[in-house]
Design a protein around this ligand. Structure first.
Ligand code: AMP
Ligand code: ZN
Length: 111
């Protein structure tokens, strides 16, 4: 999708702080972090959200990348994974992504 900012990040057309990358996915630090560690995991192909027909192999690659992010960032004390799905849930970028949040005590609040 030519007007999608995350497609442009996946294609390295706009810069990001890359944490992990493979053939299917890329992980990069959130521009507006809500925790000491706040990294986003996205597939390189465009899907609107996590229930937009994302192939199982791509979902598996995203979860694998979550683990790579946790290892790279040293999130040994735990972390949280969030996938806001739809505008009603606060999704603002309509390219499926998982937030990986950690580096502080995470209580009942989402972040
Ligand atoms: P969501 O509200 O779940 O759609 O999350 C979108 C996230 O993308 C927000 O946390 C933004 O801070 C983040 N974001 C938007 N543009 C960029 C960008 N160019 N680089 C890194 N993160 C971004
Ligand atoms: Zn996209």
């Amino acid at each position: 999708m030519s007007d999608c900012i995350f497609c442009k990040i996946a294609a390295h057309e706009i810069p990001s702080s890359v944490v992990y990358e493979d053939d299917l996915v890329i992980a990069f630090d959130d521009l507006n972090p809500q925790a000491p560690v706040h990294t986003l995991v996205i597939p390189k192909a465009h899907y609107d959200n996590i229930v937009d027909g994302v192939p199982a192999g791509t979902l598996a690659a995203m979860v694998h990348a979550v683990g790579e992010v946790a290892r790279a960032k040293g999130l040994d004390d735990g972390f949280r994974v969030i996938a806001n799905t739809g505008a009603g849930a606060g999704q603002t970028v309509m390219h499926v992504h998982m937030h990986v949040l950690g580096g502080k005590e995470l209580g009942e609040n989402l972040v």
